[in-house]
Design a protein around this ligand. Structure first.
Ligand SMILES: C[S@@+](CC[C@H](N)C(=O)[O-])C[C@H]1O[C@@H](n2cnc3c(N)ncnc32)[C@H](O)[C@@H]1O
Length: 283
């Protein structure tokens, strides 16, 4: 390939990545106000594990893809200090509001807009977390490696990194493929209007990417739809063995590999791959 074509291709790929990032941030901005009310967030089983780690380490705790602070805020309450990084300004605004409602100062709970693929805060932390399973929003191997490097550079020597990914279940994905699925109906926290939330998912077996279209309908009190908003999220499923190789290659040593957040050992039938890993120091 000639030099000019290579440069053009690189420019094109860089532009495409920028557009993909804007789309991802927009889709999370769109759901920021409703996010904490979603059943999957209200009942998420991960908090106890992260609170236990935050208590052991003390502050400051760093969370990448912190969203509305669902995990970081309670961790700051036990550890004294924490920093949350997220791509979406809408999510971060909600996180700041949630932290202030809990009486936390802006110094104790700091929220920074940034991309976990390249953000550099210029300091290190004894504990880095990612609540939920945000690594599956990274769509390429290059993006995943970059995010793991970001975690590595922000960990103090011997520091710990804990998060999880879902274990892909082909049968479930295929059963839900190209089907509209009702998620929940909730009241909008500021307008009080009825909101019906739906997902429409497609799945590409070759790229292991699910495209989840989220549809939020505003209903009047008779159930008539008065507004409909669509947003799209790309979810890259990685198999547990594949994920483990990425983490080891990025300079981590597993301390625990679990199949759920109660620390059940990872095995066949596990819903998640949850890990607590130590940074392997360069020296
Ligand atoms: C499902 S939410 C999880 C939020 C929070 N960790 C929790 O468990 O409640 C995923 C979050 O990841 C963020 N995100 C996605 N890609 C990101 C990236 N490259 N860098 C930083 N944040 C990202 C989104 O903006 C969103 O807030």
């Amino acid at each position: 390939m000639g030099h000019v074509r290579r440069v053009r291709l690189k420019l094109h790929l860089t532009t495409m990545r920028g557009i993909m990032k804007d789309d991802a941030a927009r889709s999370f901005d769109a759901e920021a106000e409703l996010y904490d009310l979603m059943p999957s967030r209200r009942n998420h089983p991960d908090l106890e594990l992260y609170l236990e780690l935050a208590k052991q380490h003390g502050g400051p705790v760093l969370e990448f893809a912190c969203g509305t602070g669902r995990v970081l805020i309670p961790c700051v309450e036990v550890a004294g200090e924490g920093v949350g990084v997220d791509l979406s300004t809408g999510m971060l605004d909600q996180a700041r509001e949630n932290a202030s409602k809990q009486g936390l100062s802006e110094n104790a709970a700091q929220f920074v807009q940034g991309d976990m693929e390249n953000v550099r805060l210029g300091r290190t932390f004894p504990l880095v977390l990612m609540g939920g399973q945000p690594l599956f929003f990274l769509r390429t191997d290059e993006a995943l490696r970059a995010a793991l490097e970001t975690v590595h550079v922000h960990l103090a020597p011997g520091g710990r990194f804990a998060t999880a990914v879902p274990v892909p279940r082909m049968a479930t994905m295929m059963a839900e493929r190209d089907r509209l699925k009702f998620v929940t109906e909730i009241r909008h926290p500021t307008t009080g209007s009825r909101q019906a939330v739906w997902n429409y998912s497609s799945f590409d077996e070759v790229t292991q990417v699910a495209i989840r279209r989220r549809i939020v309908e505003t209903l009047d009190e008779d159930g008539v739809v008065t507004e409909r908003q669509h947003s799209v999220q790309h979810i890259h499923y990685r198999h547990p063995a594949e994920m483990q190789r990425f983490i080891i290659d990025a300079g981590f040593r597993f301390e625990g590999l679990y199949g759920d957040y109660r620390r059940t050992p990872f095995g066949n039938g596990s819903e998640y791959l949850v890990w607590v890993a130590r940074k392997v120091d360069d020296a």
